[in-house]
Write a protein that binds this ligand. Structure first.
Ligand code: PLP
Length: 406
């Protein structure tokens, strides 16, 4: 990446020392760090424009509203959605999926219906559907994976039957890094007349997303994994589906008129945005999208891939007993691994003592761990501000930790 030092200078957190060593932050899949331009937007939101949105005639309220609505226009363009009415702000991917499961699933799924998920789903694309099972006897069918961590598309096609009503899969796996063929997944479901939700939490930070090209019925993602603030996310939904769905939550902002006898709901997208949103976070997310586009999403991805390939090759060459989970071509810059006989938790803890931040455990994907026959992994993942020198430090630390544990 050109100007990597200039990029890093926007992240004061990267100068932190951990146990007397410079931080190497490789937990970007869980959340990415936030550049000054995004933090400055949050500061300005609290110090210059804070007022509740959509309810005021005064200047501050109008400014805050315009900041939020211009963020909505920005998100629409960013994912090439047809209209701003189809962009719903949520608290994150998890809430976006819960919204669809509760509102769409709650209204349209019945006893005996089936939905299709994949074995590599994050818990946030499993549990919301299980909550629905309290209301109706819905069967969850699961797409398995192949040896390299890619989805078994033949098995996927074989799961459809007359009971299938919905498909919900991730665009990219937070454990394996696999980028799923979402266009093909959607096309197959649509051939059966079935709508599809794509969980884009791990794709939106690294790939150019075009919801019209994918033809997704719903697409969910989180700002905090995209150099943006925590607590803000997006649900894109096709208007024809959003219109027939009942509201998810009730409260202010989502109504047209309220009486004790009868309440009518606001137009899209506000029907799904009950209560005061994190309008300051939403405006900051706008800056995060500008930031990503300024750097260039393809360039970000190319940089991350270079680090991924360099680190993967050296891990396999230099660490005896190294096992990497997820080797599908075109995967995202995520390395989930185990070293024979060494516990992921011990590795993560010792790496932390050497200044390296990686994640350990099941990564909120316990069914995938079960399918892989393991309890957890160590996961290193890259972002635009990571450097080859950091990869070297990680590799040196990993060698040391691995020798210690052996
Ligand atoms: N889906 C995937 C694939 C994820 O990786 C994550 C978070 O790691 C989520 C959903 C949940 O995102 P959030 O916690 O931002 O709602």
């Amino acid at each position: 990446m050109e100007d990597i030092e200039k990029i890093r200078a926007e992240y004061p957190i990267l100068d932190r020392m951990i146990y007397g060593r410079p931080l190497v932050y490789l937990d970007n899949t869980a959340t990415s760090q936030t550049p000054d331009c995004v933090v400055n937007s949050i500061v300005s939101g609290y110090t210059q424009t804070k007022a509740n949105v959509h309810r005021g005639v005064h200047t501050l309220s109008m400014e805050a509203t315009e900041l939020q609505e211009s963020a909505r226009r920005r998100v629409k363009d960013f994912i090439n959605a047809p209209s701003t009415e189809e962009i719903i702000f949520t608290r994150g991917t998890t809430e976006s999926i819960n919204l669809v499961a509760a509102a769409y699933g709650g209204a349209f799924l019945r006893d005996g219906d089936e939905i299709i998920l994949s074995v590599m789903e994050h818990h946030s694309n499993i549990v919301p559907w299980q909550l629905l099972q309290r209301r109706a006897d819905i069967r969850i069918r699961v797409i398995p994976i192949r040896e390299d961590g890619s989805l078994d598309m033949d098995e996927y096609r074989a799961l459809f039957n007359e009971h299938t009503r919905f498909v919900s899969v991730c665009h990219a796996s937070n454990v394996l890094g696999t980028v799923n063929p979402v266009k093909e997944i959607v096309a197959e479901a649509h051939a059966h007349g079935i709508p599809v939700l794509i969980d884009g939490a791990q794709a939106a930070p690294h790939l150019k997303i075009d919801v019209q090209d994918i033809d997704a019925d719903f697409y969910a993602f989180s700002a905090h994994k995209m150099y943006g603030p925590a607590g803000v996310g997006v649900l894109y939904g096709k208007r024809k589906l959003l219109e027939i769905m009942p509201p998810y939550q009730g409260g202010g902002e989502m109504i047209e008129s309220v009486s004790f006898e009868k309440t009518t709901y606001a137009e899209l997208p506000y029907k799904f945005e009950a209560g005061t949103p994190d309008f300051i976070g939403i405006a900051a997310f706008h800056q995060a999208i500008n930031y990503m586009e300024r750097l260039g999403i393809e360039k970000i991805a190319a940089h991350e891939h270079e680090l991924l390939e360099y680190t993967t090759r050296r891990m396999l060459d230099e660490i005896p007993g190294m096992r990497i989970f997820g080797t599908a071509p075109g995967k995202c810059a995520i390395i989930s691994f185990l070293v024979d006989g060494e516990h992921h938790y011990d590795m993560g803890m010792l790496l932390d003592k050497l200044g390296i931040a990686v994640r350990t455990g099941h990564h909120c994907a316990q069914p995938l761990m079960t399918a892989l026959g393991i309890e957890g992994t160590v996961r290193a993942s890259f972002a635009v501000y990571n450097t080859k020198e950091e990869c070297d430090r990680f590799l040196t630390a990993l060698r040391r930790v691995s020798e210690m544990l052996r």
